[in-house]
Design a protein around this ligand. Structure first.
Ligand SMILES: NC(=O)c1ccc[n+]([C@@H]2O[C@H](COP(=O)([O-])OP(=O)(O)OC[C@H]3O[C@@H](n4cnc5c(N)ncnc54)[C@H](O)[C@@H]3O)[C@@H](O)[C@H]2O)c1
Length: 337
């Protein structure tokens, strides 16, 4: 019995693959390495390089390996890129997911865990978002996540599969072996840490006129290991008969961009050079999670709720991995899963 992890060479997928291995699960990673790294795939995990929507490859893989559940991380996830090229996002995030779901129907794979996002929400002005808050994605990226969630709900009613959509807020932090290495990097914590190290010049601060306490965007940062734990708990819940649905994953506390920068300065003892820039299209002012449902339904308890601890773990990984996972590029073609 194996768990198929699409996107397991990426940031959150690789940490989750590691958490699954630590629980003694067999794991197969399927990743096209478009934004991930072969070196991020944990030891003891089978790796297959390919697209998550490749029906022929999936059919073969599902026949050869005893896959009983799927965690689907593979996606594009840069909001500004989705605004500039929505076709790319609908193709990769929606078409490929539908192809994956199609391939899972015949062998009757019933447990599916989907990487959704806070971007499905309209965004509030202070109050924490619950799963009942209105879904009104402000950008194509969020719209593709909402579309897949809807497809999963329909597939669950019609085909007897059970799916959990985990709506992550802002993933951050690192384990001792795995950290954040997006190329290009668009996430605040690694960008601020790099700027503090004197790499990459000034940090762009997008928008200082939001209706927040200091005018900068407020986000809810959740440690990547806590996200990984939630996936393991969701899988165990589905296996025990949990009906599925959407769950927020966040800490329930928002930090402004300026507060994150100050914490990075405090943790590193170095100044972060900042350049103020206009708002980016599609960025809501405040996104903070109410995660009571994940706590109640899954028994999830974030272990790293303090922003300082989250940032310190990311800083430590950057110290030990100054070049991230190494040179960019997919490396030689591989099979073997
Ligand atoms: N990082 C965050 O803060 C955050 C927040 C909310 C939701 N999410 C979602 O979580 C998931 C993982 O995010 P991440 O930050 O780890 O991203 P990531 O880019 O590090 O990982 C994505 C992985 O998927 C792979 N991939 C992309 N398209 C693929 C395809 N068509 N076929 C096979 N592999 C493919 C990439 O090579 C990469 O390894 C994404 O679905 C993202 O939308 C992330």
């Amino acid at each position: 019995m194996s768990v198929l992890v699409t996107g397991g060479a990426g940031y959150i997928g690789s940490v989750t693959a590691e958490a699954l291995r630590a629980r003694g699960r067999e794991v197969v990673v399927l990743d096209d390495l478009s934004t991930g790294h072969r070196a991020a795939v944990p030891d003891g995990v089978s790796f297959l390089r390919g697209s998550a929507g490749n029906a022929a490859l999936l059919g073969d893989l599902l026949r050869r390996r005893e896959i009983t559940s799927v965690m689907h991380f593979a996606a594009r996830s840069i909001v500004a890129e989705s605004v500039a090229d929505p076709a790319l996002y609908w193709r990769i995030n929606v078409d490929e997911t539908l192809a994956l779901l199609g391939a899972l129907r015949e062998p009757g794979i019933r447990h599916f865990i989907f990487s959704s996002s806070a971007a499905v929400y309209e965004g509030g002005e202070g109050t924490a978002l619950s799963e009942k808050s209105p879904l009104a994605p402000g950008n194509p990226y969020g719209a593709t996540k909402a579309a897949v969630e809807r497809a999963l709900a329909d597939f669950s009613s019609a085909y007897g599969m059970r799916a959990v959509s985990l709506r992550y807020f802002n993933a951050a932090g690192a384990t001792s072996s795995h950290g954040e290495d997006h190329r290009p990097e668009t996430h605040l914590v690694p960008l601020a840490l790099r700027a503090a190290r004197g790499e990459g010049g000034e940090l762009d601060l997008y928008g200082t006129d939001y209706p927040t306490r200091d005018g900068t965007c407020v986000r809810d940062y959740v440690h990547v290991s806590d996200l990984a734990d939630a996936h393991v708990l969701a899988l165990e819940a589905l296996e025990a008969g949990y009906p599925g649905g959407a769950l927020n994953l966040g800490n329930g506390r928002g930090f402004s961009v300026r507060e994150v920068i100050e914490t990075v300065e405090d943790v590193t003892g170095r100044r972060v050079p900042v350049r103020e820039a206009p708002r980016r299209p599609g960025d809501p002012g405040t996104l903070v999670a109410g995660s009571e449902k994940a706590r109640e339904d899954l028994g999830w308890r974030p272990r790293f709720a303090a922003i300082r601890e989250i940032i310190a773990s990311a800083a430590a990984w950057m110290e030990t991995h100054p070049g991230g996972y190494g040179p960019a590029g997919p490396g030689p073609a591989e099979g073997g899963a």
